[in-house]
Ligand binder design. Structure first.
Ligand code: SF4
Length: 301
């Protein structure tokens, strides 16, 4: 039976796999286009600026196909064809690649582009921009850099929790207009708490919920499964923001473990054996074959 069939029915032994587990359309599009690009240009060097997705198996697979992953700032190593990953990139990166006459294949996810547009729209209208997300996340860096071009010297703030918001409260109070966007795979809770906090202290507050529909569907489905499960297993890289958020959300509902591959299941033998209903979901950068291996291993328990 293939993974997609498993997604339609409940597995025996009370194991339920989320239909939304695995690659989102933005990641699928980036991976498939990059592979196709190399197969259509076998004699040209193709590289990806930064990891295409947070999954070492996929990075190795690309490497085997002759597609190099290079560090975000190593412009000297850029090949003839350079892929911009789904997280997007700053205008500065595009300028450098153009100046080096590189062919750019922009795989920025359309949903990430929407956040960049909203952020630009806010700063153009004179709003002080607040981006919700981790400051080191490549998508956040790119959103900030794109908005910065139009920010009229206004500072752009990035916060990932309420403590960080409290630290900048005085600066925020000095501005009448505050605009908020959120990184596409963040938690809705962060947006809701931020808005509640800002309403009493900001006169003109403009908020865009820019969490992408794919993330919303994945989180909602996982929450529903978690409510009926004794244990949730989240599969995906610990470096992946969307996978980590998924595990954090589910921990508030039921016992949850976050694993990168089936090998880690043995560490949780007891809890798996003692759980009657087990739910499985996976992050947007987890390939189907890894989810498949986890399910097969789970069935042995
Ligand atoms: S998680 Fe959402 S924004 Fe990110 S690549 Fe997937 S669809 Fe696009």
């Amino acid at each position: 039976m293939r993974l997609n069939d498993w997604k339609i029915i409940n597995l025996p032994k009370n194991i339920k796999l989320a239909r939304t587990a695995g690659f989102c359309y933005g990641v699928k599009r980036a991976v498939e286009t990059t592979k196709k690009l190399k197969s259509e240009n076998p004699n040209k060097n193709v590289c990806v600026l930064g990891e295409l997705i947070h999954n070492q198996n996929v990075i190795q697979e690309l490497e085997c196909l002759g597609i190099k992953t290079i560090d975000d700032n190593s412009f000297d190593d850029v090949s003839d064809i350079c892929v911009i990953r789904s997280h997007g990139a700053s205008p500065h990166v595009f300028e450098i690649l153009i100046s080096k006459n590189k062919q750019i294949v922009d795989m920025t996810c359309p949903d990430v582009k929407k956040v960049q547009k909203k952020a630009i729209e806010l700063v153009k209208k004179g709003f002080l921009l607040l981006i919700l997300g981790k400051s080191y996340h490549p998508e956040v860096i790119a959103i900030k850099a794109n908005a910065q071009k139009y920010s009229h010297n206004n500072e752009i703030f990035v916060i990932s929790n309420m403590d960080e918001l409290k630290e900048i409260e005085d600066k925020i109070k000095k501005h009448k207009k505050i605009g908020v966007v959120i990184q596409t795979t963040q938690k809705l809770e962060l947006l809701a708490n931020t808005v509640n906090y800002l309403i009493p202290i900001v006169k003109d507050l403009r908020v865009f919920n820019t969490i992408c529909p794919s993330t919303t569907r994945r989180q909602n489905e996982a929450k529903n499964i978690a409510r009926e499960s004794d244990l949730m297993i989240v599969v995906g890289s610990k470096k992946s923001a969307n996978t980590t958020h998924l595990a954090e959300i589910l921990k508030d509902i039921t016992n949850t473990i976050h694993i990168e591959s089936e090998d880690e299941l043995s560490l949780y033998k007891d809890i798996i054996r003692n759980s009657l209903n087990i739910g499985v979901t996976a992050g947007a950068s987890t390939p189907d074959n890894i989810i498949e291996k986890v399910i097969l291993e789970l069935k042995k328990y």
